[in-house]
Write a new protein. Structure first.
Length: 135
């Protein structure tokens, strides 16, 4: 009979601890979501910065190509060749910046793991979901 009372007490103790456990779980999920959103915002900011850098370089590309066209029309071979080389180098730099910017946007656009985890936790509390199926 003494063993039954200890089991009942431990069950009652566990039931009493349930609200604190659920509260701690929700706080942890919210903290994880905040951290992930901060990470994503950082990468969106970095990606945006690289696209701004491309926009800053765009007028230089335009003026180099314009100078190349002028020199080509004037048939001064060394001048237009030099302008095309400079324009090509600026174009390569811009392509690299676009690639880095896209990479950061892709990192920022990954789905939030904490949202899926929170949905799974809510399903567990409701007693629904795939976790309780036996194969």
């Amino acid at each position: 009979m003494s063993a039954e009372r200890e089991d009942e007490r431990s069950l009652f103790t566990l039931i009493g601890q349930l609200p604190d456990t659920v509260s701690n779980l929700v706080r942890a999920e919210v903290d994880q979501a905040k951290a992930e959103l901060g990470y994503k915002a950082k990468h969106f900011g970095i990606g945006s910065g690289f696209f701004v850098a491309v926009l800053v370089l765009l007028p230089f590309l335009f003026f180099c190509l314009l100078a190349a066209a002028i020199f080509a029309l004037a048939l001064v071979m060394p001048a237009w060749a030099a302008a095309l080389v400079v324009a090509g180098a600026i174009l390569l730099v811009m392509a690299g910046l676009v690639g880095i910017g896209l990479l950061n946007f892709k990192r920022g656009a990954e789905p939030l793991e904490s949202i899926e985890s929170l949905k799974s936790d809510l399903d567990a509390l409701k007693g629904t979901g795939d976790y309780d199926r036996r194969y």
